[in-house]
Design a protein around this ligand. Structure first.
Ligand SMILES: [Zn+2]
Length: 316
């Protein structure tokens, strides 16, 4: 895995889960491209249900369109399913009809795709069902479409996987269909750190976890240096350092205050420093517990919107 805050290049905003009229979306591929380009995105994966749209030819120098698909697989012998989001899929290949998740992931990866477990909370997927999966790049920690029934956030599923020692990353996505207006669009995105805007760079960033995910907040830096966990972000109301099991640390701004910088040192007391330039408001040192294996950052801004770093590991 690669820490995006150590990687060279620049940030590119991407929506990796998009439906069009090729399946059950309300807009054409070209309309989707225009919608996301107008909102400042650099990359869009078209992921219609069980079909590949063959849209990559619509890319320009400043906007990358990626062919993908969302496979609905029924691996449990009943009507329940697991959805697999596949990014970088060629329409030249037949999509697998297998019901074994690991075989499907392996087949898609062999075609060059990176796979994500879509909306595990919404699908009702349990840790027992998720833990045996292999070869996928991550899960969706946020899916705006699933907010229609209040099940957009899958961070507990993510933490269960990490607690089990499974090094999993997570993306935030729109899963836009648009039949209910705009509520599911421009709500969750993935910030990819890449040397250039290209399909190989996107695939590499997804494969190595070289990104963070957001519904609003911007993360500026997140790293472990000599046991000290440091985080810098745009003004935030809450900063959570989420680790394995019962360890970790949370910081809440005063009602009129916002946090933007934090340093967490295992074994050291918490301290705060505040500046008042509206950008670097605080600095924190916290005891994360000596037994922590990993830490991920979760940030909440003044409007209640969240951002998620990928996990860092204390012992590589
Ligand atoms: Zn979908």
């Amino acid at each position: 895995m690669r820490n995006p805050f150590d990687a060279p290049g620049q940030w590119y905003k991407a929506n990796l889960h998009t439906h069009t009229t090729a399946s059950d979306g309300s807009a054409t591929v070209q309309e989707r491209i225009e919608q996301y380009r107008a909102r400042g995105y650099s990359a869009l994966a078209i992921t219609d249900h069980d079909v590949v749209s063959d849209a990559a030819g619509l890319s320009t120098e400043s906007f990358l369109v990626i062919d993908g698909t969302e496979l609905s697989i029924k691996p449990f012998g009943d009507d329940r399913f697991m959805d697999l989001l596949c990014i970088n899929v060629s329409s030249d290949h037949a999509l697998p009809e297998d019901t074994d998740m690991n075989r499907v992931i392996a087949q898609m990866k062999a075609q060059g795709a990176e796979c994500f477990i879509a909306h595990p909370f919404w699908s009702g997927n349990t840790i027992r069902e998720l833990a045996p999966l292999e070869g996928y790049a991550g899960i969706e920690v946020f899916n705006s479409g699933c907010e229609v029934i209040g099940k957009g956030y899958s961070s507990v599923h993510w933490d269960e996987l990490l607690n089990a020692g499974i090094r999993t990353c997570a993306i935030a996505v729109d899963d836009v269909h648009n039949y209910d207006g705009q509520f599911e669009q421009f709500r969750g995105w993935t910030m990819l750190k890449m040397p250039e805007l290209s399909l190989p760079a996107v695939v590499e960033a997804l494969r190595t976890g070289c990104y963070y995910s957001s519904c609003g907040p911007e993360i500026l830096d997140f790293r472990i240096t000599g046991g000290v966990t440091s985080l810098r972000c745009r003004a935030a109301r809450e900063i959570h350092l989420v680790t394995d099991y019962v360890w970790g640390a949370s910081f809440y701004a005063d009602a009129a205050d916002l946090l933007t910088e934090l340093h967490a040192l295992r074994g050291v007391e918490v301290s705060f420093q505040h500046a008042d330039d509206g950008y670097l408001l605080s600095e924190v040192q916290a005891d994360l517990g000596q037994e922590c294996k990993h830490v991920r950052a979760e940030i909440v801004d003044a409007e209640g919107k969240r951002a998620w770093s990928n996990p860092l590991f204390f012992r590589e």
